[in-house]
Design a protein around this ligand. Structure first.
Ligand code: AHR
Length: 332
């Protein structure tokens, strides 16, 4: 059970967060404690703790969730953690305090969730992980995990590089990692490294986090260009950091996509535009349109139905030619 002190802290956190929620234009009025929101008493109330607004992918993901909630008649309480785990934990505690019907969140980092998830479990509020996983021994702390296979994404990036650098003597790669400790940063690194391991000619000569942001990608790439005399390839864990790297490469008087080849992950519209223009060489897709599947899962878990513990998202890859073909129809 929660202690009186913890409950008081949670109540204070809830009060603070409700203000933050109304300030960021969430999906509806804050629900009254005890469940049920202002309007339809039967509507499912979902508390969603988003990572932040760090990338084009995240913007598309948030829009998908908000639109799907509206279409499904789910009352969405939405919070933006600004890429800070403590903000996400505070948001989840607020949703527990409000007794929402279901909590969903995309964890900023993999570890450190057991305590707050145990609190949700004790309050009998089901939890759905979306997009990113948690690293926990106890998989009863959440109902299901809906999201991509990030290791596979890293492997696809590495396999493309191996295929496209055959016969080259030495290929020096600089890696722009996502947020330190985040599942996609850990897994995309692991998948890429395993795919290039046997190639013999590919070496990661520098690797640093750009925090999944365009400005982070640009700053780290500027430093790499100063410290690394011979860069052949940039492997960026998302499009935004790759786009930042393009700015740094151009500012250094080099031609992105030619002097330095670039591989990214996501396939958002800005990334696909750069790919079709020849500034990026290959993109591994990570699909942000999780909203409809999330609402379906929420309805099932709230109804007490069994759901698959792991729900994978289908994804593709894009070459420059393929990007040019699909760009006009790209939704995000
Ligand atoms: O968790 C998904 C990743 O988070 C996306 O690839 C990246 O753009 C985002 O910030």
């Amino acid at each position: 059970m929660l202690t009186t002190t913890t409950r008081a802290a949670a109540a204070a956190a809830a009060a603070t967060l409700v203000l933050a929620l109304s300030a960021c234009g969430s999906g509806g009025d804050a629900p009254a404690a005890g469940g049920g929101a202002g309007g339809d008493d039967d509507a499912i109330v979902m508390g969603f703790a988003q990572v932040g607004a760090e990338s084009g992918w995240r913007t598309a993901n948030t829009a998908s969730i908000q639109q799907a909630a509206e279409e499904a008649g789910v009352e969405l309480q939405f919070s933006d953690a600004q890429q800070r785990q403590e903000n996400q934990i505070q948001a989840i505690r607020s949703y527990i305090q409000q007794q929402v019907d279901v909590i969903a969140f995309s964890p900023v980092v993999e570890t450190g969730w057991d305590t707050v998830l145990q609190e949700a479990k004790r309050a009998q509020i089901p939890v759905i992980l979306t997009d990113r996983a948690v690293d926990s021994q106890d998989d009863t702390l959440y109902e299901t995990f809906l999201g991509s296979d990030f290791v596979l994404e890293g492997e696809k990036a590495g396999e493309w590089l191996v295929e496209n650098t055959q016969g080259e003597d030495q290929v020096n790669v600089v890696e722009l990692q996502g947020t330190t400790g985040a599942a996609p940063a850990i897994d995309r690194k692991e998948g890429f490294e395993s795919a290039i391991a046997d190639a013999g000619n590919i070496e990661i000569v520098a690797s640093q986090t750009g925090d999944f942001t365009r400005s982070g990608g640009r700053e780290v790439m500027e430093a790499f260009l100063q410290s690394q005399p011979d860069i052949d390839v940039v492997y960026a864990h998302n499009d935004d950091m790759g786009l930042g790297a393009i700015e740094a490469i151009e500012a250094a008087g080099k031609v992105p996509g030619q002097d330095i080849r670039i591989i990214t992950v996501d396939a958002v519209k800005d990334g696909m535009t750069a790919l079709s223009e020849g500034k990026i060489n290959f993109i591994v897709e990570c699909n942000p349109l999780l909203g409809d599947q999330l609402m379906e899962l929420a309805e099932q878990v709230v109804a007490g139905e069994e759901v698959e513990k792991r729900v994978l998202v289908e994804e593709s890859t894009f070459t420059q030619e393929q990007a040019a073909e699909v760009l006009a129809d790209r939704q995000y």
